[in-house]
Design a protein around this ligand. Structure first.
Ligand SMILES: O=c1ccn([C@@H]2O[C@H](COP(=O)(O)OP(=O)(O)O[C@H]3O[C@H](CO)[C@H](O)[C@H](O)[C@H]3O)[C@@H](O)[C@H]2O)c(=O)[nH]1
Length: 373
């Protein structure tokens, strides 16, 4: 049997991170170490990921597979290089860290305009420290969590990866700059660093078990967790605000490409498979091996479409008010996912009904999120 490779996942207890950790474990090819500061996540998420992964094993699975479902956690902050040093020193030989999937980040378009220093500190300075530690430790593979917000207001919909990066929010710029940094590092060390950047469109839903899902600390800034929490009775006052209905879209509200979190998380396994394959980088014109892919469904849905989808599953009639546009929002972010399909073998399978059903399944089973006390 081939040894399982160790993947380091900063931010692995968060919404995206926990589903990514799960997808890695479900392959039975990886073992996972998570770096967490729990600023927007809960340790319970990882306990539940372990349970789902263990339950998914066949009865006759070898002990090595059971052992690999145990997630190692290093508590520490993304901004502190010592955290990464500690992680790299902890494992060696066949157990050395094979790749990093970086899911730790601050990620709210709205919040980023009032917290630019924090956003740059975590999303860009933290990244540079991590890359320096990777170089020192001899670990050169990185799967990076980027975002569709790097496209700003794109010229064409659906958006191909060749569309220029012209982010319009602080958050988007931190991701755009991070991609440029990673690309420069790959170009500067072409025989060592290689990276795949995954440009997420809008993640939604939860693992179908309802054991893990999205549970931001404080009032959610994103639409789906807010709708889910309103339906269970939280944050009903002062009511839902729809940010603008004067966009050039079918109903005037912003259009996004919502993608089920299990589809999105699965894309990281595709990326891990691809990152070591030189043929994936055949068309890269600079010396390094860096490539970005969209992770989306290729279907645009408006804010009002999402409100209706959540009303259907939860039965809650959302009272809402149309207010002014939110700083940094763009009218339409819908992916052209064909490159990821062709080169990574990635295809989103879950429907809008699956996303709203699983969002509601998670929230109704966990009305207080992970805070079960
Ligand atoms: O209370 C709310 C919250 C959101 N919206 C609207 O709902 C849409 C979706 O907003 P989200 O905040 O849920 O998501 P964003 O599109 O702003 O950003 C999300 O999707 C991006 C990619 O499109 C990035 O991945 C980012 O990290 C992630 O937060 C936007 O038009 C927003 O204006 C409202 O009308 N009211």
């Amino acid at each position: 049997m081939v040894d399982k490779k160790r993947i380091l996942i900063p931010g692995g207890a968060g919404y995206i991170g926990s589903h990514v950790v799960l997808c890695c474990l479900l392959t039975r090819r990886y073992k996972v170490t998570v770096i967490e500061n729990y600023s927007n996540s809960f340790g319970t998420a990882l306990e539940r990921v372990e349970k789902i992964a263990l339950d998914a094993l066949p009865a006759d699975a070898p002990q090595a597979d059971r052992d690999a479902c145990k997630i190692d956690v290093i508590q520490g902050d993304m901004r502190d290089r010592a955290t990464f040093k500690k992680a790299f020193q902890k494992y060696s030989g066949a157990d050395a860290i094979y790749a990093i999937i970086l899911t730790a980040a601050l990620k709210s378009v709205g919040e980023s305009s009032s917290k630019p220093i924090e956003y740059y500190e975590v999303n860009t300075s933290g990244l540079i420290g991590m890359l320096a530690e990777m170089k020192e430790a001899g670990c050169g593979r990185l799967i990076y969590s980027s975002s569709a917000t790097v496209y700003g207001t794109p010229k064409t919909i659906p958006i191909p990866e060749s569309s220029p990066m012209q982010a319009e929010s602080v958050y988007g710029r931190t991701k755009q700059i991070a991609e440029l940094i990673i690309k420069d590092v790959c170009d500067g060390h072409p025989d060592f660093f290689r990276s795949i950047s995954l440009r997420y469109f809008n993640p939604a839903g939860a693992h179908p078990s309802g054991l893990i899902g999205e549970d931001p600390r404080g009032k959610p800034g994103n639409l789906l967790p807010l709708l889910a929490q309103m339906a269970v009775g939280k944050y009903r006052e002062p009511g839902l605000k729809v940010f603008g209905n004067d966009y050039p879209t079918p109903d005037g509200t912003c259009v996004r490409d919502y993608i089920h979190i299990m589809d999105l998380a699965g894309g990281h396994v595709n990326a891990l498979d691809a990152v070591d394959d030189d043929s994936k980088f055949h068309d890269v014109t600079t010396p390094g091996k860096f490539k970005a892919y969209n992770l989306g469904k290729g279907k645009g849905l408006s804010v009002l479409n999402m409100i209706e989808a959540m009303r259907k599953v939860s039965g809650y009639e959302y009272p809402y008010e149309i207010v002014g546009r939110r700083l940094g929002d763009v009218p339409d972010l819908t992916a052209d996912p064909s490159l990821a399909e062709k080169e990574l073998g990635f295809k989103a399978k879950y429907s809008l009904d699956d996303m709203s059903r699983d969002t509601w399944n998670w929230q109704s089973k966990n009305p207080k999120g992970y805070d079960t006390e």
